[in-house]
Unconditional design. Structure first.
Length: 302
């Protein structure tokens, strides 16, 4: 499942990994090949089966016979999809109040294909419908919408900064990520050549440092955060330096991709031991790299 508008990077990535796409069903790439690790996929249906759907009842009964919880991807046949969905047990779709741990309940996915048959997967990589996280947004506190990227990354891994922890926010201005960490009670050093939003700068525990993210030497921090605007190569070198130092407990870093998608750079980030690369629903033409120091914290969730 690709994010809207990012079907091409997903198709290119899968081709590089030896997976052929036979067809697209909306944003869902259909392939006969086994699942591949994919940074550009919001969700992966890992156990797809085709079920009969001659009637609404037959379709719904077929899904209920497998398991209780299903999420719909309605790329077409919207009226018929809605009628089938109405016969299934309801699945909560309430917006997430941050911070909130990922759901522990099992969730499958289904859709109606062009020939009227039903494609269903009782297992998938994301616990969220279509891999999308929808938050109750804060439209007052943060100085920009970039805060949603950090909310989503933290929610996906099931961990976030807290009281007694230290954060280094690189490329912080105007301060969306600093706002998130400080709101959770962490002490934040915000690094940028530009100043923070005054309201963020005045938050308890926030310290501004004027300068470049790339000249800082690694030092002990619980969280290294970076939404800095940079080409992938210098960003990769910086992240590798911090990973090698072992001085950061966790790293969350946006990998911004200018022009054509740099799949080689993405693969280099994904190859870092202990790390994971993903395309968030809040990302544009960029990916998010997350890493945890071996032996510390929870393993990244999908």
């Amino acid at each position: 499942m690709a994010a809207e508008g990012y079907e091409t990077p997903l198709q290119e990535e899968l081709a590089r990994r030896g997976a052929a796409i036979q067809a697209w069903h909306g944003r869902l790439a259909l392939s006969a090949d086994p699942p591949r690790p994919s940074a550009w996929a919001l969700d992966v249906w890992t156990a797809p089966v085709v079920l009969p759907a001659e009637s609404v009842k037959i379709a719904a009964d077929g899904l209920r016979a497998i398991q209780r919880n299903w999420s719909l991807y309605a790329a077409a046949h919207h009226r018929r999809c809605a009628l089938i969905e109405a016969r299934l047990p309801p699945v909560s779709a309430k917006p997430i109040v941050f911070p909130q741990a990922p759901p522990s309940s099992h969730l499958g996915a289904w859709t109606l294909l062009a020939d009227g048959s039903l494609l269903a997967s009782p297992a998938k990589s994301s616990p969220y419908p279509n891999g999308a996280l929808v938050f109750v947004e804060d439209r007052v506190g943060p100085p920009s919408r970039a805060y949603l990227k950090l909310w989503e990354a933290c929610t996906r891994i099931g961990a976030w900064p807290g009281p007694g922890e230290t954060c280094l926010d690189l490329g912080a201005s105007p301060g969306g990520w600093t706002w998130v960490a400080a709101s959770l009670g962490a002490a934040v050093v915000a690094v940028d050549r530009a100043p923070l939003d005054p309201d963020v700068a005045a938050m308890p525990g926030v310290t501004q440092m004027q300068g470049s993210a790339f000249t800082l030497e690694p030092h002990p921090v619980d969280w290294l955060l970076s939404d800095v605007i940079a080409y992938p190569a210098p960003l990769l070198a910086m992240v590798e330096r911090w990973v090698a130092s072992g001085l950061a407990g966790r790293i969350i870093c946006t990998v911004k991709l200018q022009g054509a998608t740099d799949h080689a750079a993405a693969e280099a980030f994904a190859a870092i031991p202990g790390g994971m690369l993903m395309h968030l629903g809040q990302n544009k033409h960029e990916l998010t790299f997350v890493w945890r120091r071996p032996g510390g914290g929870d393993a990244p969730a999908t």
